[in-house]
Design a protein around this ligand. Structure first.
Ligand code: GDP
Ligand code: MN
Length: 379
């Protein structure tokens, strides 16, 4: 789950990280009023679940409340990486002497949370990793001991020569790690962490991703979900208890089981196609779920071929076949569908589909090849 900068700022502040005060505004007038209260230059920032807002024109300085109003007006009209900006954050503008990067990610290969710092702040860390990897210092946190004092100290001193500045940075890094752990995060990032002319270190940006699997035990964090800022199709899929991730290909995939869904996507690519989505309908053959899945797939304008791939284990192929028959009687698909069924009650499933005019296959390669062929406009 993604959360907004203003929410991550709040979490950081609760853990003692120095974060400038800020307000969220939904209209240019609210932004002007916030600037008036802060009384001085402010920064106006788009609140969207996307990185690189600065480059997209979503972060602007404003010297006066009037300017804050017009900046907010411009930013509230933006679409950043396909997401409409619905609110802005207004904060007193900081004077910046230097910008650094601090990030924590769950590194699955190392099986450890990994803290990364770089004195090249303010730019994408991916860019730094590519152009000057030596500028990034990484420390893996042993889950048995947590972040040790000397590790935080090392990272702080890697960033800054002045020991008074380095100590502040080390303390911020330790606090960021506590915030990350306490929030079930898989990523926490301060980019940039700045030093101002008074030698104070502060976080002026805040980003967190939360592990969906941690939300059941963290109701306060779960409440931060902003469904309006999420992909509407993915929100509906979650409500229908489907695992659905929209991609940008043209072959809509409907599969039971996450592993088979991944294998199906691989095979679509192998045959030269592009999957339009990852979709796991789970073990159920409930027609409502099948309808919901087909609706999601067909609403994607890029989809011009649908591939159903079912491996019957506990799921019975005849149940799924009935689900497909019922679903397609309730809705018009409008694009060719290729169905592959195998496993439990395969013959019954194929027979049910055949009696309703669907030709089901049992061979996965052939089915995927056919679906990719349909997607290319082949009959
Ligand atoms: P992002 O592009 O989405 O990561 O947004 P950031 O919050 O990181 O802002 C992008 C850049 O805008 C920063 O790297 C700074 O250079 C600049 N910026 C952001 N806030 C301030 C501020 O308060 N004062 C000044 N002078 N620059 C700022
Ligand atoms: Mn940033």
């Amino acid at each position: 789950m993604n959360i907004h900068e203003y929410q991550a700022r709040r979490i950081f502040a609760e853990h003692g990280i120095p974060v400038p005060e800020s307000e969220v505004a939904k209209t240019p007038e609210e932004a002007a009023a916030a600037a008036e209260r802060f009384g001085g230059p402010v920064v106006v920032k788009a609140q969207v679940h996307a990185g690189g807002r600065g480059k997209a024109g979503g972060v602007k300085l404003a010297a006066t409340p009037g300017e804050a109003r017009s900046r907010a007006e411009a930013i509230l009209g933006l679409e950043i990486k396909g997401i409409e900006v619905r609110s802005v954050l207004v904060a007193p503008a900081e004077d910046i002497e230097s910008e650094a990067y601090v990030g924590i990610v769950l590194d699955r290969a190392r099986r450890a949370d990994t803290i990364m710092v770089s004195s090249e702040g303010g730019v994408d860390i991916e860019e730094v990793a590519e152009t000057m990897p030596e500028a990034i210092r990484k420390v893996a946190v042993d889950p048995r001991y947590g972040l040790l004092n000397h590790q935080a100290a090392q990272l702080g001193h890697h960033l800054y020569e002045d020991p008074r500045v380095a100590r502040q940075a080390s303390s911020i890094i330790a606090k960021l790690y506590r915030a990350y752990r306490a929030s079930g995060a898989t990523l926490a990032e301060i980019n940039p962490m700045i030093v101002n002319p008074a030698g104070e270190v502060k976080a002026i940006d805040a980003k967190m991703n939360i592990d969906d699997n941690a939300l059941f035990r963290l109701p306060d964090i779960a409440a931060l979900r902003d469904t309006e800022a999420e992909n509407p199709a993915e929100v509906r899929a979650r409500d229908a208890e489907l695992s659905y991730i929209q991609l940008d290909g043209n072959v809509g995939c409907c599969v039971n089981g996450a592993g088979l869904a991944m294998a199906t996507m691989d095979l679509v690519k192998y045959y030269g196609g592009e999957p339009a989505n990852f979709l796991d309908i789970g073990g159920s053959s409930n027609p409502d779920k099948v309808v919901a899945a087909l609706e999601l797939i067909t609403e994607d304008p890029n989809v011009n071929s649908i591939l159903f791939n079912i491996f019957g284990g506990i799921t019975r192929c005849d149940d799924v076949a009935n689900g497909i028959v019922e679903a397609t009687s309730r809705m018009e698909l409008g694009v060719p569908i290729t169905i592959r069924l195998t496993g439990t009650n395969e013959e019954e499933g194929v027979a049910i589909l055949a009696s309703h005019g669907f030709e089901a296959m049992v061979d996965m390669d052939r089915a995927v090849e056919t679906a990719v062929h349909h997607g290319r406009g082949g009959g």
